[in-house]
Design a protein around this ligand. Sequence first.
Ligand code: FAD
Length: 498
Amino acid sequence: MASASSSALTPGGTGAPSGTTKGSGRHQVVVIGSGFGGLFGTKALKRADVDVTMIAKTSHHLFQPLLYQVATGILSQGEIAPPTREILARQKNAKVLLGEVTAIDLENRTVTSEVLGRVTTTSYDSLIVAAGAGQSYFGNDQFAEFAPGMKSIDDALELRGRIFGAFELAEIGAERGDPIEGLLTFVVVGAGPTGVELAGQIAELARRTLRKDFTNISAEHARVVLVDAAPQVLPPFGEKLGRSAQKSLEEMGVEVILGAMVTDVDERGLEMKFKDGTVQRIEAITKIWAAGVQASELGKTLSEQTGAALDRAGRIAVNPDLTLPGHPEVFVVGDMISLDNLPGVAQVAIQGAKHAAKEIEHRLEGKPSKGPFKYFDKGSMATISRFNAVAMVGRLRLTGFIAWMMWLAVHIFYLTGFKNRVTAVLHWFVSFLGSDRSERTTTTQQIFARTALQRLPGGPNALVSPPGSSEERRRELEEKAAEEARLADARDRPVSAG
Ligand SMILES: Cc1cc2nc3c(=O)[nH]c(=O)nc-3n(C[C@H](O)[C@H](O)[C@H](O)COP(=O)(O)OP(=O)(O)OC[C@H]3O[C@@H](n4cnc5c(N)ncnc54)[C@H](O)[C@@H]3O)c2cc1C
């Protein structure tokens, strides 16, 4: 059991908790998630008179915007996913708890989390929920096995294995005289920033890095296809930047197919349907899904307990100050929220989490409420290839090298940890000034392990004994042995005549 402070948060004039605490004497804040919202929320509470418990299902903080560079061999996973424990080691009032949150009880103010059969219940006085979003296959979850998404380190490493592995298999296939077109075709579904960045990187990988590495195949002739149902690439960036990005991609040899809805995905390819009803199939062993998002399942439980509406992407409608209806002590931030059409970007999560942390601090110090959350849009950007990006800052629309330099500066600034920044910059030198990639290592397990685990009834939990079960088993065996000894003893004893 984790800490169980039972503070009574008496609503003040604004209906906000007053922060009176019993038990440990400190106000207990639980933060769910170690992503942008979770980490920045926890850090923002550094000087507050509270104890913070950050509960997350991974032990790292993931910088999702650079996942595509792990998938294409530019960066290592460690550079974009430093351990949360290390980041928070000097924050005395924060502790990290590994576990997937399976339940939130708003009435009793507890969070239940679980890792490999170990269940922990943590009490809170204030709660910040920042569990983010996962990939959405729009009701076709069966596509996931053949077209992994790009949401986690597992995804990126699996994709790295599939992308580099496809070139290797094509090399063998060419030697044997097998057809290799499908192996050398890479399809990215979704022409948002992630899809555009991935397609651009796979094209650069094939045309620059792998160009001279193979004997039997010409890697530079690999076919890279970017598919989207929308009529333009990068819809949130507007028509002009979308057109510019599409032109750059096409100049790099990426085939852009718009207005095409992916209707089927299998091991060997995918099928698309166009508005006029025509259906087209592309034979491609490597497919990547970068098309949709679905907010964390935790939104559902919060909605059921508060009546707050969920939108189609599972995002929960929060009050303007990011709290839940009837629960001023619970804040929801980042990709999980539906408020004023805020986009699912890192800054919404960071600023929302800081807002929530400040509000908690204000309440504890008896200061006036901060009121509604105000988002400051710092702009958006997407890279297309080395030295080429598009950026939107206020009314400014930038393309090419200037936008790419902005992208570089912002990513160096926001990458967590000094050593990560240094090594990432070194790797960027290797890849952008030269043509090499430092992180091309792949393993068979990276490619197949997750699918194998998913097929296993019970998933990874089936592979470990639940806690305490070995002692239980030992006791069972001892009891059985004692019983057998007793029976043997009774058999050996002479029968008495009474
Ligand atoms: C490939 C990719 C590229 C992107 N590029 C950009 C970009 O260039 N610029 C930009 O601004 N944004 C970008 N984004 C979006 C941005 O990363 C998100 O908006 C941001 O991460 C949202 O932060 P969050 O805290 O809400 O969620 P996340 O950062 O996703 O964090 C969620 C956290 O919750 C944890 N979690 C989830 N469920 C549970 C549970 N049940 N129990 C315990 N822990 C749980 C997760 O492990 C994780 O730690 C990108 C996203 C992706 C996937």
